[in-house]
Design a protein around this ligand. Structure first.
Ligand SMILES: NC(=O)c1ccc[n+]([C@@H]2O[C@H](COP(=O)([O-])OP(=O)(O)OC[C@H]3O[C@@H](n4cnc5c(N)ncnc54)[C@H](OP(=O)(O)O)[C@@H]3O)[C@@H](O)[C@H]2O)c1
Length: 267
């Protein structure tokens, strides 16, 4: 049986991941064994939605626990993670909860209160979880951490400065953890999706080329996790384009963003 923790399980990608792993006999990693239902620990804030997701996963054969611990409260978060590490750390922890904000339709700019809340859940929480679980997994010589970044982490998008910064931070943090933990048998993957249909995605202004459904994204993510990929980024055309934005001279990248309708005041 594979133990899998998913935060943000009430959102589009989190729910799709939960359902995907619930349908599998094992998570497909070398740590799972076929023929046994996976054990899912699903985190979410909205009780009714979380229960619906949990029930759907139980019907697929998984055993499911839920948690509504406040991820933004360090003591509560570390207490929860400590309990999850008994008797051993989980096999896979997917740090998926996150939010997005933008500069507004008139390009007025982000509110600092919103930006602070975003940095808390998008960057500080993944770092807190990586800090705690990285040490526990290292000591146990097992486990896999999966951090949710975004293609927006390659190069900042003018309409979402704080989101881009948080996802660039998650990318760098995950890459660093991978190097630290690999010699100890612990896997770390950074996930960089393009546009995946969700509340957050549709609330964001601007074009959404190559939009994927959450189920397709979940399958791609789970395949990458099973292979312990350092970076799980998709879809290919958008990944390739965003990757170039990071390697080209900055002035060229800025101009390309404007051409492709991602500049300030273009929505
Ligand atoms: N969709 C995309 O196009 C896309 C692209 C790249 C990366 N991503 C990343 O993928 C992850 C999942 O996003 P999604 O598309 O599935 O969005 P979503 O449907 O809006 O789900 C977001 C999830 O995060 C949870 N969450 C938000 N703020 C939280 C907080 N302060 N404390 C605890 N939980 C919180 C939400 O909980 P509630 O249900 O309680 O609100 C929800 O479960 C995010 O990290 C996002 O940045 C998404």
């Amino acid at each position: 049986m594979t133990r899998i923790v998913i935060t943000g399980a009430t959102g589009a990608i989190g729910t799709a991941l939960a359902r995907h792993y619930a349908s599998q006999g094992s998570a497909g990693s070398s740590q799972g064994s076929a023929g046994q239902g996976n054990q899912l620990i699903l985190h979410g804030r909205r009780t009714d939605v979380l229960e619906q997701v949990a029930e759907a996963c139980r019907r697929r054969g998984a055993s499911v626990e839920t948690s509504q611990v406040d991820l933004n409260d360090d003591d509560a978060l570390f207490g929860w993670l400590d309990s999850l590490c008994e008797p051993t750390p989980p096999d896979i922890v997917i740090v998926n909860a996150g939010m997005n904000i933008n500069i507004g339709e008139d390009g007025r700019g982000e509110s600092w209160d919103d930006a602070s809340r975003l940095l808390q859940i998008n960057l500080r929480v993944p770092m807190a979880m990586g800090n705690f679980l990285g040490k526990r997994m290292r000591a146990a010589k097992r486990g896999q951490l999966v951090l949710m970044s975004s293609l927006a982490g390659y190069h900042g998008l003018p309409v979402t400065p704080s989101y881009s910064a948080s996802k660039a931070g998650v990318k760098a943090y995950g890459e660093a953890l991978r190097g630290w933990l690999a010699p100890h048998g612990v896997g770390v993957s950074v996930v960089m999706p393009g546009y995946v249909s969700s509340k957050m995605c549709h609330e964001m202004p601007g074009p959404k080329p190559f939009l994927w459904q959450p189920e397709r994204a979940a399958k791609r993510i789970a395949d990458g996790i099973a292979r312990n990929r350092a970076r799980i980024s998709f879809p290919f055309p958008l990944n390739f384009g965003c990757w170039w934005l990071a390697v080209l001279p900055a002035a060229v990248s800025q101009r390309l963003l404007k051409w492709f309708d991602y500049g300030e005041g273009t929505h």
